[in-house]
Design a protein around this ligand. Structure first.
Ligand SMILES: [Zn+2]
Ligand SMILES: [Zn+2]
Length: 432
C-alpha cells in the first residue's frame, strides 16, 4: 500500500477523533502532505467570535487526540464510499459551513463521500479498506498551528493539527531521529549560539546583521572567491546599488522580474532638478553591460569577464523568508562574461569547472545538477536559446557531470545550470 494512502486515511481518523473529543467541531480540509498529514478544525461558532470568546485546540490536547486515534484504529473501522446527489450532500453537511462551501465549488451533480465509523467526509479517496491496515505505532501528531480558511486573512482562523505517518514504526523512528539531527544543525540556532549573525525585528525581516565573528567569516569567504576569479581571468568591478528606473526597463527586468523587485524610489519627489525615479538593484547585469559599453570593443578583446561581490535586493514575501536561506538582501559572487558565439561553449566549460572547484574547496563533492531550459516568458529568439542550451549541455558532458533536465525552468534571459549541494543529512540546497 502507498504511504500516501495511509497518511490520507490518518487525516480522516484524526478528524474522527477530534469530532469525538470536541462535539460540534467544524471541519476544514485534511490532505496528506510530505511525511504526514494535517486537518483543519474550527471549535468556534459565530457567537463565540462575536463575543470574542474563542476556544482553541491546544498543544496539550494532542496527546489525548492521538490516544483516541489509536482506539479508533484498533476498532478496525472500514472506509465506505458513497456517491450522493449534491442536495443530499448539503443535507448531510448542513451544520458544516466549510464543507458546504467546498460542495458549492465541486464540479458535477454528484458528490463522493467516505464514511468511516461515525465520521463522514467529502473525499475522492483512496483510503485503506480498514483501519486495521494502519500500524498503531507508526504515526504521531506533531504540532498545532493557526491557519486561515482557504489561506486568506479575511477568513476565520482554524486550528491545523499536523501529524507524521509512515508504513512502519522503524520508519517513524528514523524520521524523528533525523528531525532531531536537523534541529541540532539548524543554521539559525547555530548562528545565534556561535554569535555569527542575527535578524532584528526593529531592522526588518530577511535582513541579516553580521556580528564580528560572522562578518570576518564572510569576508574570508569573499576574499577566497575573489582570488579564484582573479586567477581565472576575471576582472573585478564595483557598481552602484541604485539606478534610474529606465535602465531596468531597457534590461527587461521591469517586464519580466517586477514581482521580485523592491518598489521604486520616488526620487522625482525631491525637487524639480530630479527628473527620474530610481530602482534599488535586484541584479548586477545592467551595470556590467554599462561598463562594457563605454568603449568600442574588438572581437580580439573577447572574452571579457567581469566579477563583482554584488549586493542585490529582492522582494520576497515575509512568509517565505527563512534564516540566511531566503532573504531580502543578498551578496552574490556575480560574474558576466562577454564572448563571441564561438567562445561560448568553452567559456561555459571553464565557468562550470571553476564552480566545481570552488564547491569542492568547501568540502562539497555530491551534487544534483539541473539543466533548466526555456520558460514560457523569454527574451531573444528560440534559435539563440537553442544555441545556449546546446552549449550548456556540451559543458556538462565534457565535465562528465550527471544532470537532469528541468524543462521550462530557465530564467527569462537565458537557460541555466542549477547546482544543488547536499548537506550532512543529505538534504539538497541550491547554491549555484
Ligand atoms: Zn479521504
Ligand atoms: Zn546577471
Amino acid at each position: 500500500m502507498k504511504t500516501e494512502t495511509i497518511r490520507h486515511s490518518l487525516a480522516h481518523i484524526l478528524a474522527y477523533a477530534v469530532q469525538e473529543l470536541f462535539p460540534g467541531v467544524k471541519f476544514g480540509i485534511g490532505p496528506a502532505i510530505e511525511n504526514g498529514f494535517y486537518y483543519d478544525f474550527d471549535t468556534n461558532t459565530d457567537q463565540h467570535r462575536l463575543e470574542n470568546r474563542l476556544t482553541q485546540i491546544t498543544e496539550g490536547d494532542l496527546h489525548k487526540i492521538e490516544k483516541k486515534m489509536k482506539e479508533i484504529i484498533k476498532q478496525g473501522i472500514s472506509f465506505k464510499k458513497e456517491v450522493v446527489s449534491e442536495e443530499k450532500a448539503k443535507e448531510i453537511f448542513k451544520s458544516q459551513p466549510y464543507k458546504l462551501e467546498l460542495i458549492e465549488g465541486l464540479p458535477g451533480k454528484t458528490v463522493s463521500l467516505y464514511k468511516s465509523g461515525g465520521f463522514t467526509d467529502l473525499c475522492k479517496g483512496p483510503h485503506v479498506k480498514s483501519t486495521k491496515e494502519i500500524p498503531q505505532d507508526s504515526f504521531k501528531l506533531t504540532r498545532i498551528a493557526g491557519a486561515y480558511w482557504r489561506g486568506s486573512e479575511r477568513n476565520p482562523q482554524l486550528s491545523r493539527i499536523y501529524g507524521i505517518g509512515f508504513q512502519t514504526k522503524k520508519e517513524l523512528e528514523t524520521h524523528l531521529l533525523k528531525e532531531v539531527e536537523a534541529e541540532k544543525r539548524d543554521h539559525r540556532v547555530l548562528g545565534q549560539k556561535m554569535d555569527l549573525f542575527h535578524i532584528d525585528d526593529e531592522v526588518g525581516p530577511g535582513l541579516i546583521l553580521w556580528h564580528p565573528k560572522g562578518a570576518i567569516l564572510k569576508k574570508i569567504i569573499m576574499d577566497y572567491a575573489l582570488r579564484e576569479y582573479l586567477n581565472n581571468g576575471y576582472q573585478l568591478v564595483d557598481t552602484p546599488h541604485i539606478a534610474k528606473i529606465n535602465l531596468w526597463k531597457t534590461s527587461g527586468h521591469l517586464d519580466f522580474y517586477k514581482e521580485n523587485m523592491m518598489p521604486p524610489l520616488h526620487m522625482a519627489e525631491m525637487g524639480k532638478e530630479e527628473k527620474d525615479d530610481y530602482q534599488i538593484k535586484p541584479m548586477n547585469c545592467p551595470f556590467h553591460i554599462a561598463i562594457y559599453k563605454t568603449k568600442i570593443r574588438s572581437y580580439k578583446d573577447l572574452p571579457i569577464r567581469y566579477t563583482e561581490m554584488g549586493t542585490v535586493y529582492r522582494y520576497e514575501r515575509s512568509g517565505t523568508l527563512h534564516g540566511l536561506v531566503r532573504v531580502r538582501q543578498i551578496t552574490q559572487d556575480d560574474a558576466h562574461i562577454i564572448c563571441t558565439p564561438k567562445q561560448l561553449a568553452d567559456e561555459l566549460f571553464s565557468a562550470l569547472k571553476l564552480t566545481k572547484k570552488i564547491l569542492k574547496d568547501f568540502g562539497f563533492k555530491d551534487f544534483s545538477i539541473y539543466l533548466s531550459t526555456r520558460p514560457e516568458k523569454f527574451v531573444g529568439t528560440p534559435k539563440i536559446w537553442q544555441k545556449a542550451e546546446n552549449a550548456l549541455q556540451y559543458a556538462l558532458k565534457k565535465l562528465k557531470l550527471k544532470y537532469q533536465t528541468d524543462a521550462g525552468g530557465g530564467a527569462f534571459y537565458g537557460p541555466k545550470i542549477d547546482i544543488k549541494i547536499k548537506d550532512s543529512l543529505n538534504r539538497e540546497w541550491q547554491c549555484t
